[in-house]
Design a binder for this molecule. Structure first.
Ligand code: ATP
Ligand code: SF4
Ligand code: MG
Length: 323
């Protein structure tokens, strides 16, 4: 049984959202191009795609770090870019982001206590007397301790810094967290620890996650649903089990076929589908299927028409002319 209640009002609803950057007088970089998706309370949605496909930009638009060029983002039914100042204040506590690079995302001149306590102070959640105890509790939650409080972030390893970033995000009692490749900069040995910690925190605190990653193997373990992006577009979205068992889009199939499989019998039977060529430029992209130059099934139509998203039932959607 899926824990996702598709009949409920989504916690986050993204509608026809685009984010373009002007990169020259006649050049528009379409980082995110007309994407729509929902995130339901308590679930983890994995957002996957190659470098530069628009994952972080999508995350930044959703947490209100960067306004989209077009479209809407609703949180708890409210348009996040049309909130009153009181609603905005609450939003900045409810919605947090954990960043890709734990080395760049923590201020080196601040102590751990100040980093983790900053949001709590801003939101006036605790008195000064309560603050220390709350910071200590948060540090314990992420596997750090009281003796770390007066130290500076540069004194910590990558894994520890990411834990500090997680404690900072948790400090304001958030409901929804965008985790932007929280483990990709970490040693492989530490990656599983951090993922497990995020998973446990979700269960304990009833959190909802958008979990961004490069490849499908990372999000498999943690995601209830998965969204696959390619060059600013969503090409497929489905419940995780469904997507791994029955991928529909040629790009998803190719991504899945490149995941190493431990079982040699399965590995032998699985056909690897190489993706030919390089990712094309997102600057002034043509109106067509963006995967057309690399897709083994491309037809003339693919070079001329943008494929629309089709509903395949079971909350499974894909955008491809031949499906
Ligand atoms: N502020 C900006 N100005 C111009 N272009 C930008 C800006 N931010 C992002 N881009 C471009 O938008 C596209 C999407 O970038 P984004 O960071 O969202 O990709 P990503 O999927 O997160 O990649 P990665 O996996 O490498 O983190 C890229 O081509 C990037 O160069
Ligand atoms: S629309 Fe055409 S080019 Fe795009 S993925 Fe489908 S078959 Fe390939
Ligand atoms: Mg990114």
């Amino acid at each position: 049984m899926s824990k996702v209640d598709y009949t409920s009002e989504p916690l986050v609803r993204v509608e026809d959202m685009s984010k373009f950057f002007q990169v020259g007088r006649h050049a528009t970089l379409k980082a995110v191009n007309n994407v729509s998706f929902n995130i339901y309370k308590g679930e983890t949605v994995g957002l996957v795609g190659e470098s530069g496909c628009g994952k972080s930009t999508t995350g930044r638009c959703i947490v209100k770090l960067d306004p989209p060029t077009a479209g809407h983002v609703y949180y708890d039914g409210k348009d996040i870019y049309k909130m009153s100042s009181a609603e905005h204040h609450q939003f900045t506590a409810d919605v947090q982001m954990i960043f890709q690079n734990p080395y760049a995302s923590l201020n080196p001149r601040m102590t751990v206590k100040d980093i983790v306590g900053e949001g709590m102070r801003l939101h006036g959640k605790y008195s000064n007397a309560e603050l220390d105890a709350k910071i200590e509790e948060l540090l314990n939650r992420v596997g750090l301790g009281k003796d770390h409080m007066s130290r500076f972030s540069h004194e910590f390893s990558g894994g520890q810094r990411q834990r500090i970033g997680i404690a900072r995000a948790l400090s304001v009692d958030p409901k929804f967290i965008v985790c932007d490749e929280p483990i990709s900069a970490l040693d492989v040995s530490i990656q599983a620890q951090v993922i497990n910690m995020l998973k446990n925190l979700q269960d304990e605190l009833g959190l909802t996650y958008l979990f961004i990653a490069h490849d499908l193997s990372v999000v498999k373990y943690i995601s209830d649903r998965v969204i696959v992006m390619y060059l600013g577009n969503i090409v497929e979205q489905a419940p995780a089990e469904e997507l791994y068992a029955n991928p529909l889009h040629p790009y998803t199939k190719a991504l899945l076929s490149s995941i190493p499989v431990a079982d040699p019998n399965i590995a032998k039977s699985r056909k690897r589908i190489p993706i030919k060529g390089e990712i094309p430029s997102p600057i002034n992209p043509k109106e067509r299927c963006q995967f057309a130059d690399r897709c083994p099934y491309a037809t003339e139509k693919c070079q001329k028409e943008v494929p629309q998203q089709k509903d395949f039932g079971n909350h499974h959607y894909a955008s491809c002319h031949i499906l």
